[in-house]
Ligand binder design. Sequence first.
Ligand SMILES: C[S@@+](CC[C@H](N)C(=O)[O-])C[C@H]1O[C@@H](n2cnc3c(N)ncnc32)[C@H](O)[C@@H]1O
Length: 305
Amino acid sequence: MEGHKPVLSEETIELLAPHDGGYYLDCTFGGGGHTRLILDTAETRVLALDQDPDAAQRAREFKVQYGERFHFQRRNFADIDQIEEGPFDGILFDFGVSSFQLDQADRGFSFRGDAPLDMRMNPESGEPSAEEWLAKASRPELIEAIKDYGEEKNWRRIVDAVIEARAKTPLHTTKALSELILSCIPAKQCYASKIHPATKAFQGIRIAVNNEIENIEKGLPIAFERLKPNGRLCVISFHSLEDRIAKNLFRLWAGRPAPGDNRPQDMRSRRANLLTRRPTQASDGEIAANSRSRSAKLRALSKAE
Ligand SMILES: C[S@@+](CC[C@H](N)C(=O)[O-])C[C@H]1O[C@@H](n2cnc3c(N)ncnc32)[C@H](O)[C@@H]1O
């Protein structure tokens, strides 16, 4: 397994600006790529979170290497209000799944190979697996997942096919789902596509199964409150819906007009300064070396004093 290459790593470290004595919160530890950079750039301390049991296992190696400078909690970042540590000099979110999760076939995230259809970042959460979710989801829920989260243009056909297929036999495996999706995509589009034709629908179902959008909506505002004055918040997103949440909250905190906020300007307070007017994106070199970085967008702010 090749492991996970942290995206926009130089840009993130430049914006997060870790400094000696600083205390940082990495809300999405994954393979620890960004955490390692924060620990190696200066004499910092890091508290890392991840809901995935395999990430917790990888964190043990960090503990051996970095000792008291590093702590890990297995936790959903939607529940940051339950952590007692902080406040922090910097907080990082790097949304989505890691290459470890995608590459480990038995986690059920990938349309390659054949595995039980799980897709949960935390399989012990008590929440339904992708198989259970697909068996019960209503038509509007399927549409939200495949059309809105997956941005799949053949969503109508795929939703109909899932509803028809599950009436006969449950979708147990990644292969069964992948074949069903492929049967809904015109051959011409399959040949023309640079990505696997099941990529988008799988992404949409994964986002729904893990409540990814709700977790971000809940976690980001709590994280902001855990920043010290002058503390920095960096958010890396991979999907337009994720980026929109960050963009609108950042505008709100920066005292700028955000959608739905019709207050006169003098009623707004500035609680943060934007460090990125537009999101930072990967260079051509990074995209060539790591195709995951193609859709990455990084936004950063500094909390006001
Ligand atoms: C893109 S990876 C992070 C990679 C990491 N920055 C690195 O450099 O190795 C995202 C990680 O966040 C975790 N994750 C996603 N949503 C989460 C949530 N709501 N709570 C906690 N962890 C979450 C996933 O399990 C995954 O390990």
